[in-house]
Design a protein around this ligand. Structure first.
Ligand code: PGA
Length: 249
């Protein structure tokens, strides 16, 4: 059985007060939610969020971190810092990090290894851009992203990896992959992993779908047999919507 996971990527949204309000609204309504429920607030609110979710099923993740563990990297955050405030999960490779901050698969391979060295779970994001899909290169792109960033890992490390397939053309655009497109790609991803690591790893890794998931489309996407949950952006900023999505899994 694969773990079902709903993760909310808050991106660069919510000040301290709004963070407290949103967490309180979530905390009050967690009944009937299944699987793991994760929120990823901005760095400045992580410690506060960990404190506010203490003892609850809501988990807190960071949206990024540097591959080095300390040093002269102005503006960056390292794994031991996250560990020291009890943040045990990190999102890596989000398309906005790849696009605006030039993160490469090579750098991501290092980031993933550092996160694992600190015993963190990794939500690894990847997915094709629109032109790649139009040219029929989406499978090739996804395979390359997996190979370059993750295929240096030992099989045992995959216990700490959560995959998030996010077609870039569907992120924040209101346009979602159809349930069939999501299923087709998720099945392909599992097959690529199986050919490198075998069926056991491929069948146990959770693969989330991300890209304009909302209460109205979540159930259809989550019904697909290789979709194990969602990485939610915009809809994670409203407690009611995030909870509705969490209940659709
Ligand atoms: P979206 O973002 O749900 O707003 O499309 C998803 C993501 O960026 O993870």
């Amino acid at each position: 059985m694969r773990t079902k996971i709903i993760a909310g990527n808050w991106k660069m949204n919510n000040d301290k007060k709004a963070t407290a309000i949103l967490i309180e609204q979530l905390e009050e309504n967690l009944q009937n939610t299944n699987g793991r429920l994760i929120i990823a607030p901005p760095f400045t609110h992580l410690e506060q969020s960990v404190a506010l979710t203490k003892g609850s099923k809501l988990e807190v993740a960071a949206q990024n971190m540097h591959q080095a563990i300390s040093g002269a990297f102005t503006g960056e955050i390292a794994a031991p810092m996250l560990q020291s405030i009890n943040v045990r999960t990190v999102i890596l490779g989000h398309s906005e990090r790849r696009t605006y901050f030039n993160e490469t698969n090579h750098a991501l391979a290092e980031k993933v290894q550092t996160a694992l060295d600190y015993d963190m779970d990794v939500i690894f994001c990847f997915g094709e851009v629109l032109s790649e899909r139009k040219e029929g290169k989406h499978f090739e792109t996804v395979k390359q992203q997996l190979e370059e960033a993750l295929f240096g890992l030992e099989a045992a490390a995959w216990k700490k990896i959560i995959l998030a397939y996010e077609p870039v053309w569907a992120i924040g655009t209101g346009e979602t992959a159809s349930p069939e497109q999501a299923q087709e790609m998720h099945a392909y991803i599992r097959q690529v992993i199986a050919s490198k690591y075998g069926a056991q790893v491929a069948n146990t890794v959770s693969i989330l779908y991300g890209g304009s998931v909302k209460p109205s489309n979540a159930a259809d996407i989550f019904q697909q047999k290789d979709v194990d949950g969602g990485l939610i952006g915009g809809a994670a900023l409203k407690a009611e919507d995030f909870l509705a999505i969490a209940k659709a899994i």
